[in-house]
Design a protein around this ligand. Structure first.
Ligand SMILES: [Zn+2]
Length: 280
């Protein structure tokens, strides 16, 4: 018997700059898989302004030694998922419990089928994880339950990460040296390459190149010193509207003790940036 196709629904996700997706999808997780797939308009970090985010890359006090978990990828759809694992997942990625459970199963299937590292703890539980990518699960000793979800990522799901969606809140680690040099000549606070690129594209209508980086950095510096930095009180996390249709996210933490301008997104009322074509 052929099961009916799932209904086609609008994709409820957002691109990195906060633009709502206009695709439709029949996928179980509700994501079309073609947009950036963020579940919130603004980074989750702005909704949790009480201090630095707690890492979810926590495996408990156990010691782990390599061991073969011996699960088949089909079992990802038979195993039980505990409410604790669902709750952690739902909190980190801002999704409903049902979606969280679907995505945890999908992650487990990928972990098993892609032969992720498996280890056994001194208490008999298992962990299976992508060490390099920063996603993993704790499985009960009898392999009947997913006990815990662990991730090093602040908001991106494994499904987003594996499709190449880049972080919209992490720092300047990936910014080319020539960009960093030009930026530091003009701007008193570190700024991520992402924030630079988004500002250049959406506000100036320019792509950042070696030829125009100095001009862009100067204009960005003026914009920030006029509209953003005076409103920044050097808190751990701040979301500042610049009065020109953009909200800037600034962070201050151990890695960036002087702060960093992490990203910028459309505040939502600016028609120009809403209708701008996204390009990678
Ligand atoms: Zn979409």
């Amino acid at each position: 018997m052929i099961t009916p196709a799932p209904p086609r629904r609008p994709c409820p996700r957002y691109s990195a700059d906060g633009t709502p997706c206009s695709n439709t999808t029949t996928r179980a997780d509700g994501w079309c898989g073609r947009c950036d797939g963020y579940t919130t308009v603004t980074p989750a970090v702005t909704r949790n302004a009480t201090g630095p985010r707690r890492s979810e890359w926590r495996w408990g006090p156990d010691t782990w030694t390599p061991g073969a978990l011996g699960m088949d990828s089909d079992e990802a759809y038979e195993i039980d998922v505990t409410p604790g694992a669902v709750a952690t997942y739902g909190r980190v990625h801002a999704v409903m419990p049902q979606i969280a459970e679907t995505q945890i199963r999908s992650l487990l299937e990928d972990l098993i089928s892609e032969q992720a590292a498996t280890e056994r703890s001194s208490t008999g539980t298992w962990r299976i994880y992508f060490r390099k990518h920063g996603y993993g699960l704790v499985i009960s000793a009898d392999r009947s339950h997913v006990l815990r979800y662990c991730t090093r990522h602040a908001e991106r799901t494994w499904a987003q990460y594996r499709t190449g969606v880049t972080s919209r809140i992490s720092g300047s680690g990936g910014t080319a040296a020539w960009k960093r040099e030009a930026l530091s000549r003009h701007i008193p606070v570190p700024i991520s390459g992402k924030a630079l690129n988004l500002y250049a594209r959406h506000t100036l209508g320019l792509k950042v190149t070696r030829d125009d980086i100095d001009d862009i950095a100067q204009r960005l510096a003026t914009h920030l010193s006029d509209n953003v930095l005076p409103h920044w009180h050097r808190t751990a996390e701040a979301a500042i509207e610049d009065g020109h249709g953009n909200t800037w996210i600034l962070l201050r933490n151990e890695r960036f003790p002087d702060g960093i301008i992490a990203t910028v997104h459309a505040t939502g009322s600016d028609p120009h940036s809403r209708h701008e074509e996204r390009q990678r």
